[in-house]
Design a protein around this ligand. Sequence first.
Ligand code: DX5
Ligand code: ZN
Length: 218
Amino acid sequence: MIYVAPSLLSADFAKLSEEIEDVRLAGADWLHYDVMDGHFVPNISMGIPVLASVRKCTDLFLDAHLMITEPIRYVKQFCDAGADLVNVHVEADTEENIIAALQQIHAKGKLCGITLKPKTSWQAAEPFMDLADLILVMTVEPGFGGQHFMPEQMDKLRKLRELIDRNGREIRLEVDGGVDAGTAPVCIEAGADTLVAGSAVFLAQDRKKAIDGIRGMN
Ligand code: DX5
Ligand code: ZN
């Protein structure tokens, strides 16, 4: 089943609880929560206290995407704040520390994910295949919403779909960046099962139509 995960980065932060309820009613499966530290990416977004407030106002599955350096420093706090899945970038620390971070997330009883930036090869996922519950392929350079989708990432997606199928564990394959009703079909065809969309959902006049379109239901 295809999941659509609206990214709160494009929501109106002054009325976050209304925005969350609105996309839930519009059919969101998950909520995607982007964390930026101004170091790993050239932007700063929201952090742990806001996540705790979001947790209080919704039962939706919270997919926290940590675009931060050395995420091991904070993964436990994101779990405690209410993330259901905590996702770390493979480029953000040594392989050993990323593995340790994933283990800490599992020890908290949460799901863990790894994320690959556009220039990172699909092979970078291999060391984490026995731990990760999700692999996220960035289809823009992380840091900002509203950028153009990078179709050249589809080969990576196909390779990772093969790797996941060979592995046999249940691992979701997610895409993030520039996803809308026009770009979603190629992602799904390449093997993605979880589609993050920020501007395409939150800036749409009709959010239900936008989510249905991304899911391929229009
Ligand atoms: C970008 C973030 C994305 C962003 C996507 O660094 O990770 O989740 O919100 O926004 P759109 O869908 O507008 O490209
Ligand atoms: Zn994201």
